[in-house]
Design a protein around this ligand. Structure first.
Ligand code: ZN
Length: 225
């Protein structure tokens, strides 16, 4: 095993991914989406994945600490230990078109996970996550069972909630995956506030389909949705 990344274009892409993971890890801790060393982030580059190290405070992580692992989990480079949630990251890459995965312990999402089976469509922005977000039943962190349940809960979605634990989101870039984690946290907080006013009105399937159609129309029209 070498700590040097392979030479060439992929080496450049891996260096970029490592630097991005350091930056977004710090942002995740700073914005309160994870506490202490909790949570983890990864980026896929071809047939390898760059993933944040286990048990290191985000402000201490350097690009060289970020691990490079094969899709079968063998570590190729990186000073840190591979994140304990590698099985979940691997499962998301195996079952979706993800190029980046973000796992948070964001507080509104964790709170919701203890009493709800899903996050309902309390705001139309939830179409950005594919629709109402499922809560995968509790199972221990780092387990293959958690990886299976998380990827099952992601069917047709780009976000899933993990009961008594946190959330997992993915995207075609790390920025997109991270933005979805933030959107999920905002939606969970909005739903909690709505329930304090009474029984919230939830958007119907037809209303969500209408939102999707309008967003498509705006995109095709060259406008930002
Ligand atoms: Zn976790």
């Amino acid at each position: 095993m070498s700590d040097r990344a392979p030479r060439g274009a992929r080496a450049g892409a891996l260096d970029t991914a490592r630097a991005e993971l350091v930056a977004y890890g710090r942002r995740m801790a700073g914005e309160g989406l994870a506490f202490g060393t909790a949570g983890n982030l990864s980026v896929r580059v071809g047939d390898v994945v760059a993933i944040t190290p286990s048990g290191m405070p985000y402000d201490m992580v350097a690009p060289e600490d970020v691990c490079i692992v094969d899709l079968d989990g063998a570590k190729r480079a990186g000073r840190g230990a591979v994140s304990s949630e590698w099985p979940m990251h691997r499962a998301v890459y195996a079952t979706t078109d993800a190029a980046a995965v973000v796992h948070t312990h964001s507080p509104e999402v964790v709170a919701l996970s203890t009493s709800c089976a899903e996050l309902p469509a309390v705001h139309y922005a939830i179409v950005g996550l594919g629709g109402p977000v499922r809560v995968a039943g509790y199972t221990r962190f780092g387990s293959d069972r958690l990886a299976e349940q998380a990827s099952a809960a992601l069917a047709g979605r780009t976000a899933a909630i993990l009961q008594n634990h946190g959330a997992v989101t993915y995207g075609t870039t790390l920025a997109e995956a991270y933005e979805r984690a933030g959107l999920l946290e905002w939606l969970a907080g909005t739903y909690r506030r709505a329930r304090q006013h009474g029984v919230p009105r939830i958007l119907t399937t037809d209303e969500l389909d209408d939102v999707r159609a309008e967003m498509r129309r705006l995109r095709y029209g060259g406008r930002v949705s």
